[in-house]
Design a binder for this molecule. Structure first.
Ligand code: FES
Length: 192
């Protein structure tokens, strides 16, 4: 298990937004896709060996991270890396929470109530990968464009997410995914 802080090398600048991050995301996505196909192809031949190759418990445990969120102010966010994916953590303002809660499910492409996407209304935790083609949307940093719905904006093809990370505009088919996580304390989140 590793601990991430807002000053981690895997923070906003490294992972969210910008052409470089977008390019890296595409590369990771393509790598994962290629890896997935390889795994499928090899699956038949390797079945007898699968048991002996299962990851040990300590390896699985290392796949979770604890994140110090104590320095994130309302309206700000941070990005950490979990299992090779960017995870957005935003501390929402009362206005952002109200905006997310008042959205009518009838207006949503992928209807989901805000209360079903958060454990504490103030904190939103999302996989930072656009559900269209896998770019990393902008908006975690307050200086980045957040799109019409003030959540995140994916400039690749114009998908706009709201303050609950739900798709509201553009080609992305589904909401930004919520990863498994829990609060270890008021200032530490465990992801994974
Ligand atoms: S990858 Fe985000 S809109 Fe296409």
């Amino acid at each position: 298990m590793t601990t991430k802080t807002p000053n981690s090398s895997n923070s906003d600048a490294a992972l969210a937004g910008g052409h470089e991050a977008t390019t890296a995301s595409r590369r990771d996505f393509l790598t994962m896709a290629a890896g997935g196909m390889c795994a499928l192809g090899a699956g038949v031949a390797l079945v007898p060996f699968v048991d002996s190759m299962n990851p040990a418990a300590d390896t699985l445990a290392a796949a979770s991270i604890e994140v110090d969120i104590s320095k994130v102010q309302p309206g700000q966010g941070m990005t950490v890396s979990w299992r090779g994916k960017p995870v957005f953590i935003r501390r929402r303002t009362p206005e952002e929470i109200a905006e997310a809660e008042k959205a009518s499910l009838a207006d949503l492409k992928d209807p989901q109530a805000d209360k079903d996407r958060v454990q504490k209304p103030e904190w939103l935790v999302l996989i930072g990968i656009c559900t269209h083609l896998g770019c990393v949307p902008l908006g975690t940093k307050a200086t980045e464009t957040r799109g019409e719905y003030q959540g995140w904006f994916c400039p690749c093809h114009g998908s706009a997410y709201d303050t609950s990370g739900r798709i509201r505009q553009g080609p992305a088919p589904t909401n930004l995914e919520v990863p498994p996580y829990n609060f270890v304390s008021d200032t530490v989140i465990k992801i994974g």
